[in-house]
Design a binder for this molecule. Structure first.
Ligand SMILES: CC(C)(COP(=O)(O)OP(=O)(O)OC[C@H]1O[C@@H](n2cnc3c(N)ncnc32)[C@H](O)[C@@H]1OP(=O)(O)O)[C@@H](O)C(=O)NCCC(=O)NCCS
Length: 174
């Protein structure tokens, strides 16, 4: 298994996530063709992520930086928002691996390390057009040794459009 380091992003590391968010938004903008979303401003920047500050202000929100060999390789933002309508302990609000590090197991290693740190009831909501992420999450969740009660629901409401995977990560043996 890949050695990935997962650590809470300090307040002074907020700009690192803000910068990576630009690349993440660029990846997502592929799904927004034909809509007003995903335009850059006159400086060539996507709009700032509206909830970023709250990740350093609210207990239930956790900003994480992912590193491989000491280099930043991605980020994850956790919150406790449910897209499925039932309470959750954690929701994988955003998750990103830099392109250089994709398809080598880094995403799975990071997801597993995060699940180990935060056992409980989880959701991962996937945008309908993000088929790669759906394939990724199905596999990353099912392959975690303490994942159980895995459910997948198709949600189509004004608030969310796409599959939502709900699952439980059990506590590690003491
Ligand atoms: C989705 C993402 C996190 C995957 O990261 P990764 O490091 O490439 O993931 P892994 O190497 O651990 O992939 C594990 C498995 O997931 C599936 N998978 C990953 N990327 C895939 C893709 N583009 N297409 C189809 N399946 C994919 C495959 O089954 C893969 O195993 P394989 O490489 O042996 O075929 C990464 O592509 C990413 O950051 N994408 C942009 C942001 C995003 O969509 N985030 C998810 C938001 S819900």
């Amino acid at each position: 298994m890949i050695e990935i380091n997962v650590s809470p992003a300090r307040l002074d590391e907020k700009p690192v996530i803000a910068n990576l968010m630009q690349l993440y938004t660029h990846d997502f903008s592929e799904f927004w063709a034909g809509t007003p979303k995903g335009e850059v401003d006159g400086a060539g920047l996507f709009p700032a992520y509206p909830y970023l500050d709250r990740y350093w202000e609210e207990e239930s929100r956790v900003p994480l930086l992912l590193r491989l060999g000491g280099h930043v390789a991605g980020f994850a933002l956790l919150n406790a928002v449910s897209h499925g309508g039932r309470p959750v302990d954690r929701n994988m609000a955003e998750f990103f691996i830099l392109r250089k590090h994709r398809r080598g197991g880094a995403g799975t290693a990071a997801a597993h390390a995060i699940f180990d740190l935060y056992p409980g009831v989880w959701e991962a909501a996937v945008a309908r057009r993000n088929l790669a992420a759906l394939a990724f999450w199905r596999r990353a969740i099912a392959s975690h040794p303490r994942a159980g009660d895995i459910e997948e629901h198709d949600i189509a409401t004004p608030a969310w459009d796409g599959p939502v995977i709900r699952f439980r990560i059990g506590n590690a043996a003491p």
